[in-house]
Design a binder for this molecule. Structure first.
Ligand code: ARG
Length: 462
């Protein structure tokens, strides 16, 4: 009997697929990105099939040889991808059979594209997460170097974007470090949880061949074969979890971006971004625009959007595999590209920003940032905190009226509000006195910041 349809699955079909449908259902344009992990999975599967006697020595050897050539073709961009072969899996299998003949047709024994693709994405994502983890570490390293350089640099700390208390710039950088540390932990968690192997689940129910799944899992570096075949082919939680983790990380990067944009305005003038990370305006010659932080801030949106796409893609899907899942790849890949690009940009740029120490210092002197210190001083002199708060409120109102800072007030002026104020008050009213006083674990005192830097350095090398 001659085949009516030449496709790999064409046996039961009476007419060829509509040309539009062929293009509509194909994924090869985007899933070819999985080619090398697809080959890696196939090589492990073939080795296992050889071990259990499904493939003989010669067949196994020719599959290995054929795949080596295909890897090379893919890596050199010489592989001829065909939309009519639908996806990366069938393109590679067809090429293998073209190269080595009959043995190529045996590779798909005990396997389905359903467990194959689920394995591929895990292999791919596992490695990409590894690269993200390294990038986060590099960025954190840079932040620690910057924090060390600026451990004594005083700036205004804000709440409600109003000057609150003086802090050190190093302390601020350590806050960014902590955000990234949690992102790192979440990514590692996600990488760990996804490390179970779908291969052997076949289409959905497992397979009647006596596959050695433990062996394949070991070859591919998975912790174990997936315990349930239905779940193994249908689960995309790991992709969603990664995107959720990436979304949180992008939130952090967008917060850093926002501060960088703000700080580099003429009004703040706290920092200068390296010129090579900025662009000019085609009409306004004076401008130096912080494009990179702005883009990082903006790109967070697409990552949140992709997370929503994947959640919606999975919502209400019945078990087991559904073609809907083919739609997981473009969002996932874009999240990866976006996150990796943003991490790269910031890891490179942030440690190189230059800090305008005098401007930050002068800014911290305005806005009565040491008012809390005056209240704490009064508490030490025996006032209840609420009463001290009240007294300092009046002092601030007075100083605003006189147009001067608290530290510019004369002792007699201060004593008019509270007779227990003495000359030593000026130690706490100074910015240095204020930050040095906050020498509690996690506090902003330079001494404390240096202790934290050392602890953080240890944390990221362990
Ligand atoms: N290209 C498909 C995907 O990305 C591979 C699995 C297809 N399986 C199937 N039975 N049509 O999900």
């Amino acid at each position: 009997m001659t085949k009516k349809d030449s496709r790999m699955w064409g046996g039961r079909f009476n007419e060829p697929t509509d040309a539009f449908v062929e293009a509509f259902t194909a994924s090869v344009e985007f899933d070819q990105r999985l080619a090398l992990v697809d080959i890696q999975g196939s090589l492990a599967h073939a080795k296992m099939l050889h071990k259990i006697g499904v493939l003989d020595d010669a067949e196994h050897e020719s599959i290995t040889r054929g795949m080596a050539q295909i890897s090379e073709e893919v890596s050199n961009g010489r592989f001829d991808w065909s939309v009519s072969l639908e996806d990366v899996h069938m393109n590679i299998e067809a090429r293998l059979t073209e190269l080595i003949g009959e043995a190529g047709k045996k590779l798909h024994t005990g396997r389905s594209r359903n467990d194959q693709v689920a394995t591929d994405i895990r292999l791919y994502l596992r490695a990409e997460i590894g690269a993200c983890l390294t990038q986060i570490r590099t960025f954190q390293q840079g932040l620690l170097d910057l924090a060390e350089r600026e451990a004594e640099t005083i700036m205004p700390g804000f709440t409600h974007l109003q000057v609150a208390q003086p802090i050190t710039f190093g302390h601020h950088m350590l806050a960014w470090f902590e955000m990234l540390e949690r992102d790192h932990g979440r990514l590692k968690d996600c990488q760990q949880r996804m490390n179970s192997m779908p291969l052997g689940a076949a289409a959905l129910a497992g397979t009647s061949y006596a596959l050695d799944r433990d062996y394949t899992a070991e070859l591919l570096g998975f912790d174990a074969p997936a315990r349930n075949s239905l779940d193994a082919v249908s689960d995309r939680d790991f992709a969603i979890e990664f995107c959720a983790t990436a979304a949180i990380c992008m939130t952090h990067l967008s917060r850093m971006a926002e501060e960088l944009v703000l700080w580099s305005t003429a009004q703040f003038n706290f920092i200068q971004l390296p010129d090579r990370y900025c662009t000019g305006s085609s009409i306004m010659p004076q401008k130096k625009n912080p494009d990179v932080p702005e883009l990082v801030r903006g790109k967070s949106g697409r990552v949140f959007g992709h997370l929503m796409s994947l959640l919606t893609l999975m919502k209400s899907q019945p078990l087991a595999y559904n073609k809907d899942n083919q739609e997981d790849k473009e969002p996932l890949f874009d999240v990866l590209d976006t996150l990796r690009g943003c991490l790269r940009a910031f890891a490179d740029m942030v440690p190189k920003l230059s800090v305008n120490r005098e401007v930050m210092y002068a800014s911290a002197k305005q806005g009565y940032a040491t008012a809390t210190d005056l209240a704490d001083y009064l508490v030490n002199k025996g006032l209840a905190f609420r009463d001290a708060h009240e007294v300092v409120g009046s002092v601030v109102a007075y100083a605003i009226d006189k147009g001067k800072d608290l530290s510019d007030c004369k002792l007699q002026e201060l004593q008019a509000f509270e007779r227990r104020i003495e000359a030593d008050v000026f130690d706490v009213l100074s910015l240095e006195g204020s930050v040095n006083a906050r020498n509690v674990i996690g506090g902003t005192a330079p001494k404390q910041v240096k202790i934290q830097i050392a602890a953080c350095r240890k944390l990221i090398t362990d």
